[in-house]
Design a binder for this molecule. Structure first.
Ligand SMILES: Cc1cc2nc3c(=O)[nH]c(=O)nc-3n(C[C@H](O)[C@H](O)[C@H](O)COP(=O)(O)OP(=O)(O)OC[C@H]3O[C@@H](n4cnc5c(N)ncnc54)[C@H](O)[C@@H]3O)c2cc1C
Ligand code: SF4
Length: 439
């Protein structure tokens, strides 16, 4: 079993885009907080971290207490401090926005406290007394890890089955390196596993190496946290040409190893969501200065599904876009050289006779990922809707003892949602195993 990642990685070319606060900066910022009662920032956080409480503890010099407050709600507090889109969550809801005053830098303060916890190797949690119950968790991403950690606190035995070599899911293989590199995610995973007793089986694909039915026989409950599947395909001619690749696949290769960029000067990214914007910014960071990175999106700029603040940052870095267009063919001899695009009207309908061609050495297709819920369909009792596993609000499916959370349940949100759903499911599993609730 190898949870480590190699040293030589393309992602190490990127610097940290939100450098940490110094002690003095953190204390000054913490003292600006109004410690609101019924604070909107807390409501905006899917894990409901007691934000005013952890900020007040930083202001009074109790950084260890601050970190404990964060981790009590969200065991992924360290990575969430780096990767959360705080602009549309806690920071976006800070009351200061209403007053025309810069909002509190909640993410940076959270990073200050959680980084210190990691640096000082503070331990906050221990496993509960053994209950004799066993839970299997499918997937080793944030949802399963948060679930397993909470289950260990309650004393249940846990085994994570992960098909890849490393844990952390997309937090390790997907998030942009200027937010967090893969080695930092792996460090967090080791810290979470530090509670002890979380058995990890990497390189094991459930459904292939072990059947769902066997898992059900061997364990008292099962948590499905398998996330999403591979990049969706466009089904247009030339998609199999070398140089046309799925964006999530390319990002994983860039984060865990080296992606070949020699001679790549014109990159086309297809899509307008957050993965597309990440891919644009990552490509810009890896190509020579005079190169072009163009996003091709079927909609208009003010309607794109990616976050506006991320696209604004991409533009500052030199990103260009072709709006209201879709690729209809990838062309080239032996490898991609051009992308033929059809222009669309405001309703995304083709404008007859209006095509154009863009040169490209590399095409990153970021039009979404497939859903994995279908793999559970054969079990019976589990409802699947548009590929997502349908559950109640605590992650319980219609099949006794089966729970789900994270991207597999919500269709693809953020790390903080996966952490929240994993924890909620753990509490529901605990009730189920204690005989207090259905599962
Ligand atoms: C490119 C990209 C960038 C992102 N950037 C951000 C960001 O900046 N901030 C943010 O908050 N969120 C971001 N996200 C979203 C975030 O990473 C996910 O919401 C989160 O990781 C979901 O956690 P999860 O545990 O549900 O699934 P995942 O993280 O996908 O983990 C699922 C795990 O299950 C494993 N698995 C799948 N099938 C099986 C099987 N049959 N057997 C065993 N193992 C299996 C997979 O290998 C994977 O490791 C990003 C996503 C992408 C694609
Ligand atoms: S809303 Fe802003 S000022 Fe109020 S508690 Fe939250 S961070 Fe502090």
């Amino acid at each position: 079993m190898s949870r480590q990642i190699q040293e030589e990685r393309s992602e190490t070319a990127f610097a940290d885009f939100k450098p940490p606060l110094t002690r003095d900066q953190a204390v000054v910022e913490a003292n600006r907080c109004l410690y609101c009662t019924d604070a909107p920032c807390v409501k905006a956080c899917p894990t409901h971290i007691e934000i005013p409480q952890f900020i007040r503890k930083i202001a009074t010099g109790n950084v260890k207490g601050s970190a404990r407050t964060i981790f009590e709600s969200n065991i992924f507090g360290m990575s969430c401090a780096r990767v959360c889109p705080v602009e549309v969550l806690c920071v976006g809801d800070c009351v200061y926005n209403e007053m025309g005053v810069p909002p509190i830098q909640i993410g940076k303060l959270q990073r200050y406290a959680t980084d210190m916890a990691f640096a000082e190797k503070w331990e906050f949690f221990q496993a509960g007394p053994d209950t004799g119950k066993k839970v299997a968790l499918i997937g080793g991403g944030p949802a399963s890890l948060a679930c397993a950690h909470e289950l260990r606190r309650a004393g249940h035995a846990t085994t994570i089955f992960e098909k890849r070599a490393s844990l952390g899911g997309l937090n390790t293989t997907g998030v942009a390196p200027y937010k967090m590199r893969a080695d930092k995610s792996v460090e967090e995973v080791e810290w979470i596993l530090g509670i002890g007793g979380i058995e990890v089986k990497t390189g094991v694909e459930v459904g292939k190496d072990i059947s769902f039915a066997d898992l059900e026989k061997q364990y008292d409950a099962v948590f499905f946290g398998a996330g999403l599947g591979p990049d969706s395909r466009m089904s247009v001619p030339g998609e199999d040409l070398p140089g046309v690749v799925g964006a999530v696949d390319w990002i994983e290769k860039m984060k865990l190893g080296k992606v070949p960029m020699t001679g790549v000067k014109r990159v086309v990214v297809v899509g307008g969501g957050n993965t597309a914007i990440d891919a644009v910014r990552e490509a810009i960071g890896l190509v020579p200065a005079e190169s072009e990175v163009v996003m091709v999106y079927r909609g208009q700029e003010d309607r794109m599904s990616g976050y506006a603040h991320e696209w604004k940052a991409a533009k500052v870095e030199g990103a260009r876009a072709l709006w209201q267009a879709i690729p209809v063919a990838f062309e080239g001899s032996g490898k991609v050289e051009r992308v033929r695009c059809q222009r669309l009207d405001a309703n995304k309908k083709p404008i007859a006779g209006f095509e154009l061609t863009i040169d490209a050495d590399l095409v990153l297709v970021a039009i979404g990922q497939s859903k994995l819920g279908a793999m559970l369909a054969s079990l019976g009792g589990i409802q699947i809707e548009s590929g997502k596993v349908v559950t109640d609000d605590r992650g319980g499916t219609g099949r006794k003892g089966w729970f789900a959370g994270g991207d597999a349940r919500n269709g693809g949100k953020e790390v903080v949602n996966a952490a929240a759903e994993g924890k909620a499911a753990a509490l529901a599993i605990h009730d189920f195993l204690s005989g207090g609730s259905r599962g």
